[in-house]
Design a binder for this molecule. Structure first.
Ligand code: GLU
Length: 427
C-alpha cells in the first residue's frame, strides 16, 4: 500500500529561507497588532506564481535555457506592481518574498497597487546586449498573460534598467497589436517614461536620510554618510546628500570600496566611475573591502546593494547611528532587533526605497491620462508622499514602542486588512 503523506508535510515550493524570513516578519507583526487570523492566513502566501523556461539563442549560435519567475503576492488594492531582477540568486522563494515586501510597500505609501516581483536567474554581466534583449523579449512573451496596465506593471530592479523596460513594452505592444506604454514603468522618457523616475529611489533614500537625521538631532553637524552600492540608488543618494552638505566618507560597488574620513568629492567620483566602471583607486581615498565599509564610524549607513548584508555576524561591529535601507532586505531579523536595542534608528526598506515605486505610480498615472508633468512637479509630489509616510512611521514607532520596521509594516498591513475585510472572501 502506498503511504499517503499528510498535506502539512509538504512545504509550499516557495518556502526558501528568504521567503520564510518575509513570512516570519508578517507573523510577528500580525501577533503584535492582533490581526484577524483569517486575513493573516490569506496574506502568508503569494496569490499566484509563474515559473517559465526561457530559451535564448546565444551569440555563439547555441541555445541556452534560463529560468524566469513572476509572482503576484496580493492584488486587493489594485494591479500588481513590482520590479524584475536579473541575478544568479533569483529563485521562487526570493521572488515571492520580495513580492510580499512590495505589497507592504505599496500599502504603506497609499498607492493603489498590490505587490509583485519577477526575475530571471542569470549572470547579466556575462550577457551581451543582444543576448539580454533576446532573453528579455522571450521572458516577456512567456509571462504575457500575467502582465498589463490593469493587471501587473513591471519596473526595473537589480541589473535591469530603462532599456530592459523599453524591450518589455515593445514586446508586449507588438503582441497585442498596438502601443501600450503603461504596461511597464521606469521606461525612457522618450517612450512615455516620467521625468524623475530614474533618480527616484535614490532621491527618496536621500530624503529619508535627511528626515532621520533631523529626527535624531544630527542634521546640524554635516552628518557623515557611508553608502554600500554605487548603482542607480547609491550614486544618486550620494550626489543629493553631498549637495545637501552631508559628508559622504565611503562608498563601494561589487569590486570593493573607498574611504576618506574628510569626505569624498562626489561629482569627481561620478565622472571617475563613468570612465573606469568602478570606485576603487579613486584619488584622495583609501581602498577598503565591502566588509570594512559597513563597520566604519559614521552617522548614517546606507546599504544600497544586496539583501542580508547586516546580520548577526557583523552587527556588533557597526558604528552608525542611523541605517537607511536603500536595498530590499539588507538587514536580517536578529540584527534588526540588536540595532533597535542599541538605539540605532533603522529606516526600513519599504519606507526608505519606496521613491522608485512612488514615481512609477506617477509614470503610470501620467501614461493613462496622456498628460505629463514637469520634473519639479514629480519631485515635489514624491517628497509629499515620503514625508507623510516618514511622519506616520516615526509616530507609530514612538506610540507603540515597536521597531520602525514593525511600525511601517503595521501601517501598511492595517490598510490592506481593512480593504480585504470590506471586500470579503470569495466565494
Ligand atoms: N524595484 C523597485 C522596488 O523594489 C521598484 C518597483 C516599481 O517601481 O514597481 O521597489
Amino acid at each position: 500500500m502506498v503511504a499517503v503523506k499528510s498535506v502539512e508535510k509538504f512545504a509550499m515550493e516557495c518556502e526558501t529561507e528568504h521567503f520564510l524570513m518575509a513570512q516570519r516578519q508578517l507573523d510577528e507583526i500580525a501577533g503584535e497588532m492582533g490581526l484577524d487570523p483569517e486575513l493573516h492566513e490569506r496574506l502568508r502566501y503569494p496569490k499566484r506564481s509563474l515559473i517559465v523556461t526561457i530559451p535564448v539563442r546565444m551569440d555563439d549560435g547555441r541555445v541556452k535555457s534560463f529560468t524566469g519567475y513572476r509572482v503576484h503576492h496580493d492584488v486587493t488594492l489594485g494591479p500588481a506592481k513590482g520590479g524584475i531582477r536579473y541575478h544568479p540568486d533569483v529563485n521562487l522563494g526570493e521572488v515571492a518574498g520580495l513580492a510580499m515586501l512590495m505589497t507592504w510597500k505599496c500599502a504603506l505609501m497609499g498607492l493603489p497597487y498590490g505587490g509583485a516581483k519577477g526575475g530571471v536567474r542569470c549572470e547579466p554581466w556575462k550577457l551581451s546586449a543582444g543576448e539580454l534583449e533576446r532573453m528579455t523579449r522571450r521572458y516577456t512573451s512567456e509571462i504575457i498573460n500575467l502582465i498589463g496596465p490593469d493587471k501587473d506593471i513591471p519596473a526595473p530592479d537589480m541589473y535591469t534598467n530603462e532599456q530592459t523596460m523599453a524591450w518589455i513594452m515593445d514586446t508586449y505592444s507588438i503582441n497585442v497589436g498596438h502601443t501600450v506604454p503603461s504596461v511597464v514603468t521606469g521606461k525612457p522618457v522618450s517612450i512615455g517614461g516620467s521625468y524623475g523616475r530614474q533618480e527616484a529611489t535614490g532621491r527618496g533614500v536621500a530624503y529619508c536620510a535627511r528626515r532621520a537625521a533631523a529626527h535624531q538631532n544630527l542634521a546640524a553637524q554635516s552628518p557623515k554618510v557611508v553608502i554600500q552600492g554605487f548603482g542607480n540608488v547609491g550614486s544618486v543618494a550620494a550626489k543629493l546628500l553631498h549637495e545637501s552638505g552631508y559628508k559622504v566618507v565611503a562608498v563601494s560597488d561589487v569590486y570593493g570600496g573607498i574611504y576618506n574620513e574628510n569626505g569624498l568629492d562626489i561629482s569627481r567620483l561620478l565622472a571617475y566611475v563613468s570612465e573606469m566602471g568602478r570606485v576603487q583607486d579613486f584619488a584622495a581615498a583609501r581602498n577598503i573591502s565591502n566588509e570594512e565599509l559597513l563597520t566604519l564610524p559614521c552617522d548614517i549607513l546606507i546599504p544600497a546593494a544586496l539583501g542580508n548584508q547586516i546580520h548577526k555576524g557583523n552587527v556588533d561591529q557597526l558604528e552608525c547611528k542611523i541605517i537607511v535601507e536603500g536595498a530590499n532586505g539588507p538587514t536580517g531579523p536578529e540584527a534588526d532587533q540588536i540595532l533597535f536595542d542599541r538605539g540605532v534608528l533603522v529606516v526600513p526598506d519599504i519606507l526608505a526605497n519606496a521613491g522608485g515605486v512612488i514615481v512609477s505610480y506617477f509614470e503610470w498615472v501620467q501614461g493613462l491620462m496622456h498628460f505629463f508633468w514637469t520634473e519639479e512637479e514629480v519631485n515635489h509630489r514624491l517628497e509629499e508622499i515620503m514625508g507623510k509616510a516618514c511622519d506616520q512611521v516615526f509616530a507609530m514607532a514612538s506610540k507603540t514602542g515597536l521597531r520602525t520596521r514593525m511600525a511601517a509594516l503595521r501601517i501598511g498591513i492595517s490598510r490592506l486588512a481593512e480593504a480585504k475585510r470590506l471586500r470579503g472572501l470569495y466565494p
